[in-house]
Design a protein around this ligand. Structure first.
Ligand SMILES: Nc1ncnc2c1ncn2[C@@H]1O[C@H](COP(=O)(O)OP(=O)(O)OP(=O)(O)O)[C@@H](O)[C@H]1O
Length: 451
């Protein structure tokens, strides 16, 4: 699934791999391979002693085939050439310096192939409910598109986000939309396991491997078989287990504790964390090589406060779900509750919303749920000190945008100019603050077309 262009044999560098490597000695051969072999997703352009004409030809070839993900291989002297540096910046996903390091090259090639697969997947018809998730905000739609694309490939995924934002739900959605959907989905919380047991829980053990191991045990990696394994709170994994996990991700086999027998396993790993792994690397708590191996693809469910448009939809979803489980005379939320829910900062995200709605349905003795049933207090006008600086900034931002839009007759471009922000930023802020617009504008913005 790759070929090199101009004078360098990459098969030697890659050794015995599963890559189907084709060589093109010139532009003509390169075009013929790309156009006649529909499997070409990744190509390596070799840039050594490349003359201007060859660079022009390469640039033209790349421009003609945007479906191919391009990598560059360069020697140090070529990297000094301004034109080559510009070409790499503009057209190549990344580059490696010659001579190629086989392990690094294989990782980069895998990542490039996955990127090419992702961009070839059509996601036009996707809806969040197809993913088992509620929320129709722009950020949720974009998250669902990413989930769908990422589900089509096999690389590890790192899911980051605050607690309660739905990281496990995202992992399940990746599994359910993948070819592995009929295989097991397993989840394990690395932070909840006693350190002495993690090795055996993940990799299994043989009878007699340690005191108390009176029979063989399959670890969760092995028992997940060809399915998907979700490693929650990966940042809590002890360093020695991180080494074993990295080894598994590199060569797809494991050893049960107390055995030297290699067991081949084809499980896809999804990992989640709410801690900053880059910080953990700096503190020596997380291995950098494992981080790069896991971080090939990323998904980040946003905090609820950044998609306040979804709050009412999720609250109603939760309300209807509980109502179906238990009869209640409560009919829904009061207008004031909805307003306060939108203003609340939701530090516990969707989990907090679910708990507050559940509690309110038990506590409420009226037809409609009031703010006090949800444990959300009305803000007294006298208690100004209760408004946080962030809320005050938000309000000022919202008022400035509303005023500018009104002054500019909802011409987003003009308002953006007046407010000295880009149009994309203004669209994001309009979305964030749920600023009402005339109906035709709403449709316009939802399509993301310029005003
Ligand atoms: N978009 C959504 N629509 C409906 N329910 C959701 C959505 N996202 C999350 N939830 C629900 O919110 C709760 C918390 O989600 P989840 O456990 O996936 O969060 P998390 O980010 O993994 O949390 P933690 O970091 O604490 O493990 C679950 O009950 C989940 O079903």
């Amino acid at each position: 699934m790759g070929y090199d262009f101009l004078a360098y044999d990459i098969s030697e560098a890659l050794g015995s791999t599963l890559w189907n490597i084709k060589h093109a000695r010139n532009r003509h051969e390169a075009i013929s391979i790309i156009e006649n072999d529909s499997g070409v997703l990744t190509a390596i352009g070799i840039l050594i002693n490349t003359n201007l004409q060859q660079l022009d030809e390469l640039q033209e070839l790349i421009a003609m085939h945007p479906e191919v993900t391009w990598l560059a291989a360069v020697d140090s002297s070529s990297l000094q050439v301004e034109r080559i540096r510009r070409l790499i910046n503009q057209y190549f996903l990344f580059f490696f310096k010659l001579p190629m390091d086989p392990i690094k090259t294989t990782h980069l090639l895998e990542a490039a192939r996955d990127m090419a697969l992702l961009s070839s997947v059509s996601t036009n018809q996707l809806r969040s409910e197809d993913m088992g998730m509620v929320g129709s905000s722009t950020v949720m739609q974009s998250l669902c598109r990413s989930i769908y694309r990422i589900a089509q490939v096999d690389a590890p995924v790192l899911i980051t986000g605050e607690s309660g934002t739905g990281k496990e739900l995202v992992a399940r959605a990746v599994h359910e939309n993948s070819l592995r959907r009929n295989e097991p989905f397993s989840a394990i919380n690395c932070g909840a396991l006693p350190p002495g047991l993690i090795q055996s829980e993940l990799f299994g053990h043989e009878k007699g491997a340690f005191t108390g191991a009176d029979q063989r045990k399959f670890g969760i990696i092995e028992s997940t078989g060809n399915g998907t394994l979700f490693l929650d709170e990966i940042g809590d994994l002890p360093l020695d287990i991180q080494v074993n996990l990295l080894r598994f991700l590199e060569n797809h086999h494991i050893f049960r504790l107390g055995s030297l027998k290699e067991i081949k396993v084809d499980v896809r790993i999804l990992a989640a964390t709410h801690v900053n792994l880059e910080e953990a690397i700096k503190r020596g708590k997380f291995r950098e090589d494992l981080y790069h191996r896991l971080n090939v693809l990323q998904l980040s469910p946003p905090p609820l406060r950044e998609r306040s448009q979804d709050i009412e939809e999720i609250a109603n979803f939760v309300f209807n779900k509980f109502r179906a489980e238990k009869a209640t005379k409560v009919k829904g939320f009061s207008h004031e509750s909805l307003i306060l829910m939108r203003q609340h900062s939701w530090p516990g995200n969707i989990r907090e919303l679910i708990n507050r709605v559940r509690r309110a349905m038990v506590m409420c003795d009226q037809r409609l749920i009031r703010p006090e049933d949800l444990g959300l207090e009305r803000r007294q006008s006298s208690s100004r000190s209760q408004v946080t600086l962030e809320q005050a900034r938000d309000l000022a931002e919202q008022n400035a945008i509303k005023a500018s839009l009104a002054r500019n007759k909802y011409q987003v471009q003009h308002a953006a100019c007046e407010l000295d922000v880009s149009r994309a930023t203004l669209y994001r802020l309009i979305e964030k603050h749920r600023i009402d617009r005339p109906l035709e504008r709403v449709a316009h913005i939802a399509r993301g077309t310029p005003s």
